[in-house]
Design a protein around this ligand. Structure first.
Ligand SMILES: Nc1ncnc2c1ncn2[C@@H]1O[C@H](COP(=O)(O)OP(=O)(O)O)[C@@H](O)[C@H]1O
Ligand SMILES: Nc1ccn([C@@H]2O[C@H](COP(=O)(O)OP(=O)(O)O)[C@@H](O)[C@H]2O)c(=O)n1
Length: 217
Protein backbone atom coordinates (compact mmCIF):
# COMPACT_ATOMS: atom_id res chain seq x y z
CA UNK A 1 0.00 0.00 0.00
CA UNK A 2 1.30 3.46 -0.94
CA UNK A 3 0.08 6.38 1.18
CA UNK A 4 0.73 9.93 -0.05
CA UNK A 5 0.61 12.74 2.51
CA UNK A 6 0.84 16.37 1.38
CA UNK A 7 0.25 19.73 2.99
CA UNK A 8 1.76 23.11 3.87
CA UNK A 9 4.54 23.82 6.36
CA UNK A 10 3.99 22.57 9.91
CA UNK A 11 0.51 21.23 9.15
CA UNK A 12 1.53 18.00 10.89
CA UNK A 13 1.97 15.90 7.74
CA UNK A 14 5.34 14.47 8.84
CA UNK A 15 3.99 13.45 12.24
CA UNK A 16 0.96 11.82 10.61
CA UNK A 17 3.01 10.12 7.92
CA UNK A 18 5.34 8.68 10.58
CA UNK A 19 2.31 7.56 12.66
CA UNK A 20 0.68 5.88 9.66
CA UNK A 21 3.97 4.20 8.78
CA UNK A 22 4.24 2.83 12.34
CA UNK A 23 0.61 1.72 12.34
CA UNK A 24 0.85 -0.16 9.03
CA UNK A 25 4.48 -1.28 9.41
CA UNK A 26 5.57 0.63 6.30
CA UNK A 27 8.77 2.59 5.62
CA UNK A 28 8.42 6.38 5.65
CA UNK A 29 10.17 9.07 3.61
CA UNK A 30 9.97 12.74 4.58
CA UNK A 31 10.66 14.14 1.11
CA UNK A 32 11.14 17.68 2.48
CA UNK A 33 14.46 16.47 3.88
CA UNK A 34 15.74 15.91 0.32
CA UNK A 35 15.07 19.53 -0.63
CA UNK A 36 16.45 20.72 2.70
CA UNK A 37 19.67 18.73 2.21
CA UNK A 38 20.13 20.17 -1.30
CA UNK A 39 19.45 23.71 -0.06
CA UNK A 40 21.93 23.41 2.81
CA UNK A 41 24.58 21.92 0.49
CA UNK A 42 24.50 25.00 -1.77
CA UNK A 43 23.77 27.73 0.74
CA UNK A 44 27.04 29.53 0.08
CA UNK A 45 25.89 30.12 -3.53
CA UNK A 46 22.46 31.47 -2.56
CA UNK A 47 23.11 35.00 -3.75
CA UNK A 48 25.07 34.03 -6.89
CA UNK A 49 24.01 33.08 -10.40
CA UNK A 50 25.65 29.67 -9.90
CA UNK A 51 22.87 28.73 -7.47
CA UNK A 52 20.61 26.80 -9.91
CA UNK A 53 23.43 24.74 -11.47
CA UNK A 54 25.03 24.01 -8.12
CA UNK A 55 21.66 22.95 -6.75
CA UNK A 56 21.01 20.55 -9.63
CA UNK A 57 24.50 19.04 -9.17
CA UNK A 58 23.86 18.66 -5.42
CA UNK A 59 20.50 17.01 -6.09
CA UNK A 60 22.08 14.59 -8.57
CA UNK A 61 24.77 13.69 -6.01
CA UNK A 62 22.36 13.34 -3.07
CA UNK A 63 22.81 10.24 -0.96
CA UNK A 64 20.55 8.82 1.77
CA UNK A 65 23.38 9.51 4.22
CA UNK A 66 22.93 13.25 3.61
CA UNK A 67 19.55 13.04 5.33
CA UNK A 68 20.89 11.93 8.66
CA UNK A 69 21.50 15.33 10.23
CA UNK A 70 18.12 16.54 11.51
CA UNK A 71 19.75 19.33 13.55
CA UNK A 72 20.87 21.27 10.46
CA UNK A 73 18.09 20.11 8.16
CA UNK A 74 15.13 21.13 10.28
CA UNK A 75 16.08 24.76 10.92
CA UNK A 76 13.98 27.62 9.52
CA UNK A 77 16.96 28.61 7.34
CA UNK A 78 17.11 25.10 5.81
CA UNK A 79 13.35 25.30 5.14
CA UNK A 80 13.76 28.58 3.30
CA UNK A 81 16.73 27.27 1.26
CA UNK A 82 14.71 24.14 0.47
CA UNK A 83 11.85 26.16 -1.01
CA UNK A 84 14.37 28.10 -3.14
CA UNK A 85 15.95 24.98 -4.67
CA UNK A 86 12.47 23.44 -5.03
CA UNK A 87 11.55 25.92 -7.79
CA UNK A 88 14.40 24.64 -9.98
CA UNK A 89 13.05 22.09 -12.49
CA UNK A 90 16.38 20.19 -12.67
CA UNK A 91 16.40 19.71 -8.90
CA UNK A 92 12.90 18.24 -8.89
CA UNK A 93 13.83 16.02 -11.82
CA UNK A 94 16.98 14.79 -10.05
CA UNK A 95 15.05 13.98 -6.86
CA UNK A 96 12.19 12.26 -8.66
CA UNK A 97 13.82 8.82 -9.07
CA UNK A 98 14.90 8.61 -5.43
CA UNK A 99 11.33 9.28 -4.27
CA UNK A 100 9.72 7.07 -6.88
CA UNK A 101 11.90 4.06 -6.07
CA UNK A 102 11.22 4.56 -2.37
CA UNK A 103 7.48 4.55 -3.10
CA UNK A 104 7.66 1.45 -5.29
CA UNK A 105 9.54 -0.78 -2.86
CA UNK A 106 7.92 -4.10 -2.13
CA UNK A 107 5.09 -3.85 0.42
CA UNK A 108 4.59 -0.14 -0.09
CA UNK A 109 5.54 3.05 1.72
CA UNK A 110 4.35 6.31 3.19
CA UNK A 111 5.75 9.53 1.71
CA UNK A 112 5.07 13.07 2.81
CA UNK A 113 5.77 16.33 1.03
CA UNK A 114 4.13 18.74 -1.39
CA UNK A 115 3.69 16.86 -4.66
CA UNK A 116 3.42 13.24 -3.55
CA UNK A 117 -0.22 12.77 -4.53
CA UNK A 118 0.12 14.81 -7.71
CA UNK A 119 3.54 14.04 -9.19
CA UNK A 120 5.52 11.41 -7.28
CA UNK A 121 2.70 8.93 -6.61
CA UNK A 122 -0.33 9.92 -8.64
CA UNK A 123 -1.17 6.20 -8.38
CA UNK A 124 -1.05 6.08 -4.54
CA UNK A 125 -3.66 3.87 -2.87
CA UNK A 126 -4.63 6.64 -0.47
CA UNK A 127 -3.89 10.37 -0.61
CA UNK A 128 -4.20 12.72 2.32
CA UNK A 129 -3.95 16.50 2.21
CA UNK A 130 -3.24 17.87 5.67
CA UNK A 131 -4.31 21.38 6.55
CA UNK A 132 -4.21 23.56 9.67
CA UNK A 133 -4.70 27.31 10.00
CA UNK A 134 -1.64 29.55 9.77
CA UNK A 135 -1.60 30.52 13.45
CA UNK A 136 -1.78 26.92 14.64
CA UNK A 137 1.02 25.97 12.25
CA UNK A 138 3.21 28.83 13.44
CA UNK A 139 2.57 27.91 17.09
CA UNK A 140 3.44 24.25 16.48
CA UNK A 141 6.68 25.13 14.72
CA UNK A 142 7.53 27.66 17.48
CA UNK A 143 7.08 24.99 20.16
CA UNK A 144 9.12 22.53 18.12
CA UNK A 145 12.03 24.99 17.98
CA UNK A 146 11.63 25.97 21.64
CA UNK A 147 11.65 22.32 22.69
CA UNK A 148 15.19 22.07 21.39
CA UNK A 149 16.27 25.25 23.13
CA UNK A 150 16.01 27.75 20.27
CA UNK A 151 14.72 31.28 20.91
CA UNK A 152 11.71 32.00 18.70
CA UNK A 153 10.39 35.30 17.37
CA UNK A 154 6.77 34.31 16.65
CA UNK A 155 6.11 37.32 14.45
CA UNK A 156 9.14 36.57 12.25
CA UNK A 157 8.32 32.85 12.18
CA UNK A 158 4.73 33.53 11.06
CA UNK A 159 6.03 35.60 8.16
CA UNK A 160 8.71 33.05 7.25
CA UNK A 161 6.07 30.32 7.01
CA UNK A 162 3.72 32.53 4.97
CA UNK A 163 6.56 33.47 2.63
CA UNK A 164 7.58 29.84 2.13
CA UNK A 165 3.98 28.70 1.56
CA UNK A 166 3.55 31.46 -1.03
CA UNK A 167 6.75 30.41 -2.83
CA UNK A 168 5.60 26.79 -2.77
CA UNK A 169 2.15 27.63 -4.09
CA UNK A 170 3.56 29.72 -6.94
CA UNK A 171 6.23 27.13 -7.74
CA UNK A 172 5.73 26.46 -11.47
CA UNK A 173 7.34 23.01 -11.18
CA UNK A 174 6.08 22.07 -7.75
CA UNK A 175 2.59 20.84 -8.43
CA UNK A 176 1.79 21.96 -4.92
CA UNK A 177 -1.92 21.63 -4.94
CA UNK A 178 -4.32 19.14 -3.55
CA UNK A 179 -4.75 16.12 -5.79
CA UNK A 180 -8.38 15.79 -6.91
CA UNK A 181 -8.66 12.45 -5.16
CA UNK A 182 -6.92 13.52 -1.91
CA UNK A 183 -8.82 13.39 1.37
CA UNK A 184 -8.64 16.67 3.24
CA UNK A 185 -7.80 16.46 6.95
CA UNK A 186 -7.81 19.70 8.93
CA UNK A 187 -5.83 19.18 12.14
CA UNK A 188 -6.25 22.71 13.58
CA UNK A 189 -8.49 21.46 16.40
CA UNK A 190 -7.06 17.95 16.67
CA UNK A 191 -4.42 16.58 19.00
CA UNK A 192 -1.68 14.47 17.42
CA UNK A 193 -3.46 11.30 18.61
CA UNK A 194 -6.87 12.43 17.33
CA UNK A 195 -5.36 13.44 13.98
CA UNK A 196 -3.73 10.02 13.63
CA UNK A 197 -7.00 8.26 14.46
CA UNK A 198 -8.76 10.35 11.81
CA UNK A 199 -6.03 9.59 9.25
CA UNK A 200 -6.23 5.85 9.95
CA UNK A 201 -10.02 5.98 9.57
CA UNK A 202 -9.59 7.65 6.17
CA UNK A 203 -7.09 4.99 5.05
CA UNK A 204 -9.31 2.16 6.26
CA UNK A 205 -12.36 3.55 4.46
CA UNK A 206 -10.43 4.18 1.26
CA UNK A 207 -8.96 0.66 1.29
CA UNK A 208 -12.35 -0.92 2.03
CA UNK A 209 -13.87 1.00 -0.88
CA UNK A 210 -11.06 -0.13 -3.16
CA UNK A 211 -11.57 -3.75 -2.11
CA UNK A 212 -15.34 -3.34 -2.70
CA UNK A 213 -14.68 -1.94 -6.17
CA UNK A 214 -12.50 -4.93 -7.00
CA UNK A 215 -15.29 -7.32 -5.93
CA UNK A 216 -17.83 -5.50 -8.13
CA UNK A 217 -15.44 -5.74 -11.10
N1 LIG B 1 -2.28 17.79 15.62
C1 LIG B 1 -1.24 18.36 16.22
N2 LIG B 1 -1.40 19.07 17.34
C2 LIG B 1 -0.35 19.68 17.95
N3 LIG B 1 0.94 19.62 17.51
C3 LIG B 1 1.15 18.91 16.39
C4 LIG B 1 0.10 18.26 15.69
N4 LIG B 1 0.64 17.64 14.62
C5 LIG B 1 1.96 17.90 14.66
N5 LIG B 1 2.27 18.65 15.72
C6 LIG B 1 3.60 19.16 16.09
O1 LIG B 1 3.86 20.26 15.21
C7 LIG B 1 5.22 20.27 14.78
C8 LIG B 1 5.27 20.21 13.25
O2 LIG B 1 4.76 18.96 12.85
P1 LIG B 1 5.33 18.20 11.58
O3 LIG B 1 4.66 16.88 11.51
O4 LIG B 1 6.80 18.25 11.57
O5 LIG B 1 4.76 19.14 10.40
P2 LIG B 1 5.10 19.14 8.88
O6 LIG B 1 5.71 17.82 8.52
O7 LIG B 1 3.79 19.36 8.20
O8 LIG B 1 6.03 20.30 8.69
C9 LIG B 1 5.89 19.07 15.47
O9 LIG B 1 6.54 19.51 16.63
C10 LIG B 1 4.71 18.16 15.84
O10 LIG B 1 4.96 17.38 16.99
N1 LIG C 1 7.81 16.96 -2.00
C1 LIG C 1 8.32 18.14 -1.65
C2 LIG C 1 8.79 18.35 -0.32
C3 LIG C 1 9.31 19.58 0.01
N2 LIG C 1 9.41 20.56 -0.93
C4 LIG C 1 10.04 21.84 -0.64
O1 LIG C 1 10.86 21.74 0.52
C5 LIG C 1 10.47 22.69 1.52
C6 LIG C 1 10.66 22.06 2.88
O2 LIG C 1 9.74 21.00 2.99
P1 LIG C 1 9.40 20.31 4.37
O3 LIG C 1 8.31 19.34 4.11
O4 LIG C 1 10.64 19.81 5.00
O5 LIG C 1 8.88 21.55 5.21
P2 LIG C 1 7.83 21.56 6.40
O6 LIG C 1 6.49 21.44 5.75
O7 LIG C 1 8.15 20.40 7.27
O8 LIG C 1 8.05 22.89 7.05
C7 LIG C 1 9.04 23.07 1.17
O9 LIG C 1 8.70 24.38 1.62
C8 LIG C 1 9.04 22.96 -0.37
O10 LIG C 1 9.55 24.13 -0.95
C9 LIG C 1 8.92 20.34 -2.21
O11 LIG C 1 8.98 21.24 -3.05
N3 LIG C 1 8.39 19.13 -2.55
Amino acid sequence: MIIAVDGPAASGKGTLAAGLARHYGLPHLDTGLLYRAVGVAVQEFEETDQFPDRAVAAAEALDARDLRDPETLTTARAGSLASKVAVIAGVRQALFDFQRSFALQKGGAVLDGRDIGTKICPDADVKLFIQADSKARMERRARQFEARGEAVDRYALYHQIEERDARDMLNPHGGFYRAKDAHLLDTTQLSIEAALRAAIAIVETAMALKAGDRKVL
